[in-house]
Write a protein of this length. Structure first.
Ligand SMILES: *Cc1c(COP(=O)(O)O)cnc(C)c1O
Length: 364
């Protein structure tokens, strides 16, 4: 049997007619940028999360860049960020000329709240937390620290659409929540897309201007903005998918539960779930001593896996100017050598889950 890491057409086919109708309707409307579909999606997504404002943009990275910019953070300012994250989180900081300060992860792969305070200096302006792999970070503690030190709080929710901490949606804890709608995300579009959410009307107004050349009124440019608009076709598709996000997430949970109950091998460390945290299983990450050996073993059986992520941002070539040497963040670097993401996607069949679980149990 062949099991791919992701099979995106299966989730398209689940609601195919709804998607097709939405796209045709949009194309027939004659309005393709910043129109009714985007407006409707912004309203729907804000309502889904339980917050006041949503601003659609071009990508998750743009959302992150604009979040830092809208908070007035730039050169000379420090932002606390998990060392264990996708590089986009860090680019959101460095694109603004600000300095990322890395903090090691806890056993749930998320920002270790107990290590934040030692990273705070008089230059620290914000904490940029990530709800990695689909599981909410320790938001009780992180919000407490942000309050105590009067720091801004931004959430990277690119992997956590619909995940809650203590019943509250990720993205609504801090000043700004940033989302990506890249096709493989839990709420994936059929192309690039992203959004920012906030409860602050002033921030919302700034973000709306920033994404559209710094103007509120066409051709009256108040601030230096960029072009980062969610397009109408993607918004129309996202409006359809959002109505199914709960069922899509619970299907992911079923697959994860299957793995958690069927994979039983001393060589393999399964993911843990934090008390009060929801997990929407953007990816199912296991750990093992000889990761490459396991990955090859599975590949020989036709099972594709991925590594999220093989090189932590502080070790990326593009950040060699930071001068951080190997060994500086041992927990993160250790994870990077041991983690492996198993196939988990909407539309995955029971035979496929069984085949993957059996293969993992056969591994020695
Ligand atoms: C996908 C992702 C992003 C970037 O989103 P794009 O839409 O691809 O720009 C940012 N942060 C995390 C954690 C992600 O997984």
């Amino acid at each position: 049997m062949k099991v791919n890491f992701n099979v995106l057409d299966r989730q398209f086919n689940m609601y195919k007619q709804e998607y097709l109708d939405a796209v045709v309707h949009c194309l027939e409307s004659g309005w393709y940028v910043l129109g009714k579909n985007v407006e409707q999606f912004e309203k729907n997504f804000a309502q889904f999360l339980g917050c006041k404002y949503c601003i659609g943009v071009n990508s998750g990275l743009d959302a992150l860049i604009l979040s830092i910019r809208a908070l007035g953070i730039g050169k000379g300012d420090e932002v606390i960020v998990p060392a264990n994250t996708y590089i986009a989180t860090v680019l959101g900081i460095t694109e603004n000329g600000a300095t990322p300060v890395f903090v090691e992860p806890d056993e749930y792969y998320n920002l270790d709240a107990d290590r934040i305070e030692e990273a705070i200096t008089e230059r620290t302006k914000a904490i940029l937390v990530v709800h990695l792999y689909g599981q909410a970070a320790n938001m009780n503690k992180i919000c407490e620290i942000a309050d105590k030190y009067n720091l801004k709080l931004v959430e990277d929710c690119a992997q956590s659409h619909g995940a809650c901490f203590d019943g509250k949606m990720t993205g609504t804890f801090g000043d700004i929540g940033c989302f990506s709608f890249y096709p493989t995300k839990n709420l994936g579009a059929f192309g690039d897309g992203g959004a920012l959410v906030t409860n602050n009307s002033k921030i919302a107004k700034t973000l709306k201007m920033l994404r559209n050349y710094g103007s509120e009124k066409k051709y009256y440019n108040e601030i230096e903005g960029i072009n980062s608009r969610l397009d109408e076709v993607q918004a129309a598709l996202l409006n359809v998918k959002l109505t199914h996000l709960k069922e899509l997430n619970s299907e992911r949970e079923k697959i994860a539960k299957y793995y958690l109950t069927h994979i039983d091998n001393e060589q393999i460390i399964l993911p843990q779930i934090r008390e009060k945290a929801d997990h929407v299983w953007h990816v199912f990450v296991v750990r093992t001593q000889e990761r490459d050996k396991l990955q090859n073993f599975l590949a020989e059986k036709g099972i594709s896996t991925q590594i999220h992520y093989p090189i932590p941002p502080h070790m990326a070539q593009c950040y060699s100017w930071m001068g951080i040497s190997k060994g500086r963040y041992p927990v993160t670097e250790g994870y990077a050598d041991q983690i492996l993401s198993l196939p988990l996607y909407n539309g995955m069949r029971i035979e496929e889950m069984e085949y993957v679980s059996d293969a993992l149990n056969d591994y020695m």
